[in-house]
Design a binder for this molecule. Sequence first.
Ligand code: ZN
Length: 474
Amino acid sequence: MDTARLSHFVSGLWDDEIVPQLMDYIRIPNKSPMFDPKWVEHGYMDAAVKLMETWARTKLPSLPGATLEVVRLEGRTPLIYIDVPGQGDDTVMLYGHLDKQPEMTGWAEGLGPWTPVLKGDKLYGRGGADDGYAIFGSLAALLALREQGIPHARCVVLIEACEESGSYDLPYYVDHLAARIGSPSLVVCLDSGCGNYDQLWLTTSLRGMTGGELSVQVLEEGVHSGDASGVVPSSFRILRELLTRLEDPQTGTVKPKELYVEIPAQRIEQAKQASHVLGKAIYEKFPFVEGMHPVTEDLTELVLNRTWRPQLAVTGADGLPPLESAGNVLRPKTSVKLSLRLPPTLNGSQAGQFVKQLLEKDPPYGARVSFKLEKDGGGWHAPQLSPWLEQTVAQASQNHFGAPAAYMGEGGSIPFMGMLGEKFPQAQFLITGVLGPHSNAHGPNEFLHIPTGKKVTMVVAEVVAGHYAQGGKA
Ligand SMILES: [Zn+2]
């Protein structure tokens, strides 16, 4: 492969077509169904599908024999399926998603979720980096190979529209398309993070997730707090007590040993290396307020906390009026939404059941306590890397970043990877992405670091070529 030619081709396609496409894509508020229950009526999801479909169809003539179908199962979010013929009888799957997280508040002046803004190397706006670029990057990689006449295995591209809601529609599509997909020996996923923008980062694990709504009800209706406090136990206090069953409020450590796994020695070693490469950037990437510091100064522990240990976030609340309308009332009920990240190899649904029991048993004062489970996604742990993939990745990172590849678990979840890992235990995985420091997917000021998008695309081209060159087998 001519590395300079690859770089030139990919970079040109990004500048001429992909960045403008992503700007149009950012304008579409196609929130994932969990955040837009009326997504069908609103039509934004269809608009996003149409944008990607239209662009991809202009590329099909350059990929002889390639087909594209927008698959729509009754009552489910759509899925873009592209089949690009290749050499041999092996299959590579490339995965991404087109649904988005909701707006979030706190966008800087001049920026906004649905307003694409190009500033230097960065394209700001919701969904460019998470994960709109995936279909463009995947096809650009294949086009770059075609442009140099470099052979590759058959490739199938799957772009789903339900990822940010837990990918609950995706298993139906995978079943529906099973015969057409075949049995991939390499899975490429461009929906992950990177520790910095200076080298290629391979994701070695993803956390699982469980969570739901915890509600504590003490009264049929609110009453005068001067009358009732000291007699009626507060739903807020009971909720705090219940949360203490799960989490140590002093340290943030999740208490039950049932929610932990033994961390593999190789991953501890890689966490040490990653903390060495990244240094304080591990926590300085977060927009701490002045004077604030992380839960510990031990950098390796921070890496392991965010990749291999359970951690709790309270992501929403109900039963609490906004401050300006808060009267002196002992409120009848307090509810919170819990998001509990889980170790990669822990069984997500068992963990969810365990948490439900833990929170609901022996309710203090006989209060009405319920935990409505919403998510039970398992995590993912990479299989041992094949020597060819390790070498190809090392070379590709040097070629395009000028630095060695790095390996780290990610704290987030990509539910589909867990499903694929179970379905195709023999497959190799290239899970990487552009979600690096400050890129802030899910939060305000999300941006796509364009040079990293380009380089990741080049790496995908090299890996797909390397996969075929070594015989196409995992
Ligand atoms: Zn994503």
